[in-house]
Structures are given as structure tokens and as C-alpha cells.
Design a protein around this ligand. Structure first.
Ligand SMILES: Nc1ncnc2c1ncn2[C@@H]1O[C@H](COP(=O)(O)OP(=O)(O)O)[C@@H](O)[C@H]1O
Ligand SMILES: [Mg+2]
Length: 231
């Protein structure tokens, strides 16, 4: 099966002169459908920069990114409408959950479909099904402030899945959870990669959280090392 995500020689430089930081230095990465890939590195190694460039939130300085057969950047030049690509193909899961506090659990998922003009009964039912799938179906009418950290993250994952993205990008998704809840969230991420055929990248500083992943890349000072160590 061909890769759903291809990244070659991705470089991101912030600032210039004395404040210049090379946050990513020629990073290369490929992810296939249903594949679970981890990028592990200490704080400041470039993990968030990698995900924001791959997720079309930040422009890389140079390099090549292809998502689901579409060339997104070639030598740093933008090739497609990034808003559309983000909406259609990418689901983000963040360390801080980023749920909308004045919307219920169900509304937090439904809004992702509403934003792409999917508001029919099918979309409504799908929000219920996704929340059931993520084991928070009993919390539909609760607001985020009344959910535990693990529940919030599962709602955030349901939202990330709402538009069937080809690529799911998770930035330290368990960093704010205790070990057991973190493991439960990671287990669900593993399950959805297999069952929903999504390509998943999880970045984390915690090597223990990514046992059983298909591939683990190590990131250090913006450089990818050991790109092919099997978990
Ligand atoms: N917006 C920015 N402007 C300047 N430097 C940045 C910016 N974002 C990140 N950096 C720097 O880039 C490097 C990588 O950061 P980041 O991608 O956030 O790493 P990680 O997510 O692994 O902690 C760090 O040295 C950080 O200070
Ligand atoms: Mg980070």
C-alpha cells in the first residue's frame, strides 16, 4: 500500500541571526494507512514543529510534504489550499484537549462536522457513534468542566475523527493524564488506527507510552535518528 504521508528533508528555521533556531533539520518520515508511528524526543527537540508543519498549520522553511497523493509543499513552496486540506484530511489531538468550554460533549464533536456543512441526521448519529466508540457515550450532555482528563481527551479524539481524516496527528496526547488514563487513551488511538484505517503519528517525550507502535522515530535537536527501529 502506498504511503498516505510522505515527508522528505523537512527543515524549519525560526528567527534569524543570533536568535535563529533550526527546529527541524532535514527530517524524513513516511506513514502508511492503518500505520501507527511514534516520534519520541525530549522537550525542545522539534516534535510540535514537525506536527504543525505536517498538519499544514505552519509553513516549513524547505522540504517536501505529500498527503494522500497531494503534494502540499515542494521545496517549501505551498502547492494546495491548506485550509481545505486540513479540514478534509487531518485530525489533530492536542495535549491540552482544546474542547470548547460552552459546548457539550456531543456539540464539541458535532461542530467539527457542522464546520464542513455536514449537519444532517447522519452527522448527528455519527457524533453519537464516535463518542460511543471512544467510550464517552454516557457523557453526551456534560460540559468539558465536568469531565475527567481522560474523558476530555477521548472527546477530543472523537472530534478529530469526525470528518474521517486520512491522517491523525497527536501532540503529547497523554502528557496531562496519569499513567493508567494515558495508557487507556493510547490503547484507543491504537485501535482506531487499525479499525479506521487512519495513518497516525503520535509525538511524545515518553517512550513508555508508545509500546506496540509499528515504527518509532527518535528526534533530537531537530534531527530524526534511528528511523526504523521496531517497537
Ligand atoms: N514560534 C517559535 N519561534 C521561535 N522558536 C521556536 C518557536 N517554536 C518553537 N521554537 C523552538 O524550536 C525548537 C523546537 O521546539 P518544539 O517544536 O516546540 O519542540 P518540542 O515540541 O519537541 O518540545 C525549540 O528550540 C523551541 O524553542
Ligand atoms: Mg511540543
Amino acid at each position: 500500500m502506498s504511503a498516505v504521508l510522505r515527508v522528505h528533508n523537512l527543515t524549519k528555521i525560526y528567527g534569524s541571526g543570533e536568535t535563529m533556531v533550526t527546529a527541524l533539520d532535514d527530517a524524513c518520515l513516511e506513514v502508511h494507512p492503518a500505520e501507527l508511528v511514534a516520534v519520541v524526543g525530549p522537550s525542545g527537540s522539534g516534535k510540535t514543529t514537525l506536527l504543525t508543519c505536517v498538519g499544514c498549520v505552519k509553513d516549513p522553511t524547505s522540504g517536501f510534504i505529500e498527503i494522500d497523493g497531494e503534494v502540499v509543499y515542494d521545496n517549501g513552496w505551498k502547492k494546495v489550499d491548506l485550509h481545505r486540506l486540513r479540514r478534509e484530511k487531518i485530525g489533530f489531538v492536542l495535549q491540552t484537549f482544546n474542547l470548547i468550554p460552552f459546548l457539550t460533549t456531543w456539540e464539541n464533536v458535532f461542530i467539527a462536522m457542522d464546520l464542513v456543512a455536514k449537519r444532517d441526521q447522519r452527522a448527528k448519529t455519527k457524533a453519537n457513534e464516535l463518542l460511543d466508540y471512544l467510550q464517552v457515550g454516557h457523557r453526551l450532555r456534560n460540559y468539558p468542566e465536568n469531565l475527567s482528563g481522560g474523558e476530555k481527551q477521548r472527546v477530543a479524539i472523537a472530534r478529530a475523527l469526525a470528518n474521517d481524516p486520512r491522517v491523525i496527528l497527536a501532540d503529547e496526547p497523554t502528557a496531562q493524564l496519569d499513567t493508567e488514563r494515558g495508557k487507556n487513551v493510547m490503547e484507543l488511538i491504537r485501535k482506531l488506527a487499525r479499525e479506521k484505517n487512519s495513518a497516525v503519528i503520535v509525538v511524545t517525550h515518553d517512550r513508555r507510552m508508545v509500546e506496540g507502535f509499528d515504527r518509532i522515530y527518535m528526534l533530537q535537536d531537530g534531527k530524526m535518528i534511528n528511523p526504523d527501529v521496531h517497537a
